[in-house]
Design a protein around this ligand. Sequence first.
Ligand code: FMN
Length: 480
Amino acid sequence: MDASPDLPPIIQGGMGVGVSGWRLARSVSRAGQLGVVSGTALDTTLVRRLEDGDEGGHLRRALEHFPIPGVVEQVLRRFFRPDGRPPATPYRLLSMHAHDAPPERQAITTLGAFVEVWLAKHGHARPVGMNLLTKLQLPNLATLYGAMLAGVDVVLMGAGIPREIPGALDRLASHEPASLTLEVAGARDGDELRTTFDPRALWSVPGAALGRPRFYAIVGGASLASMLVRKASGRVDGFVVESPLAGGHNAPPRGAPRFDALGEPIYGARDVVDPTEMAALGLPFWIAGGESHPERLVAARAAGAAGIQVGTLFAYCDESGMSPELRRQLLAAAAAGEVAVRTDARASPTGYPFKLVRWPDDPDPTAARPRVCDLGGLRSLSRTPDRRLVQRCPSEPLDAWVAKGGLPEDALGRRCLCNGLTATVGLGQVRRDGRVEPPLVTSGDALLSIGDFLRGRLRYGARDVIDWLLGRQDVHAKDA
Ligand SMILES: Cc1cc2nc3c(=O)[nH]c(=O)nc-3n(C[C@H](O)[C@H](O)[C@H](O)COP(=O)(O)O)c2cc1C
């Protein structure tokens, strides 16, 4: 299947935290498709990997190219341990993001994004993308700027309405300050709060403009896509339209929420994407969620899509950031038909449905994990009744949540995605009692039928996924 390098038939879905890291994105892009790094929590994963000794020296190689003076030295001094962390030593923490974070803290976020994109782009000339979640508002501008300093080619954003992002990309490309309206629960009219990122507060930038990446919005359907075409603050270049079968967060069902006996949201006819409505918008689009099959790719293209976006199959390949032991356990369990994928309406602090995987070796998620909030990536802003501005998360310790005006019932069933997802890529925090944060695994429904693709194998590479999807599993073309 031929396609222009700008419109590849396969986009490898961005998978946070760290599942689609630079190794996976680089491999996929080298094979002629669009590799995408996740832009979530890249500052934390960078400093944790430095503490673990930066095996192979890849991070330090990328750090040498970071153009903003002073940042790298400070980060290496604080976090790099040449011999790794002594056993049972907790990782050091960065301060949590805040709307008025000082430039030095924003610079570390910029650095994390730069490193990931620089490594993903290294050694080839193909485009590389970055995926961010709109809802994680505070780190997004600093992350985008770091990715752009490393020459990111495409930015993909869903999980919210990324209306202000295209204009922000235009401004950041010319090193101008960019700002986003912050969602604040309980805010009154006229009580608008913005977060601003000013490259010139970090360094005296050279005059040369940066490339403005293409912007693909991730949407649940054509109505949001059409609104973005008309009302976004700048150019939208395409769409990924994602169904509720996709791994990670899902859009909630349209209409009044209904749940089945297991508490999973019930989706209906209104949640099915109509490709003809997408095609009518006149921009390229890719279909995501349960599309990872060669016949689905052919069908998507016949329906007017440029191709498909695939996550789950790539999440378990050799280049994935998921820890090798977890990948092994999960693939063996999936091949034996022993995994379950549940759309949990409560687990994510964001309030969006979130796919969770259960498998026989899963550390028991019902065993009480003491609530700790020390990464804070999913905290949201809120005004308390006495008008204080607070950041809170329904997975944080209950008394803290309630003290910030949260309702106890809204905290029920919530999981700490920040610590769980970070543990899934082998960077779980060690607690004072020696306990290590347990992993939390998300995947799409495609995991249930991964046996069709595995055909007896219990490991495979990104290249195998691409060859299979393109219907050429026995042909191994050279790297493009
Ligand atoms: C492990 C995993 C993590 C994911 N994390 C994100 C994410 O951080 N942001 C996002 O927009 N999509 C995320 N997704 C969704 C993928 O980008 C992609 O759209 C989806 O996996 C496609 O459907 P599939 O899983 O059926 O292939 C994730 C998917 C998986 C499997």
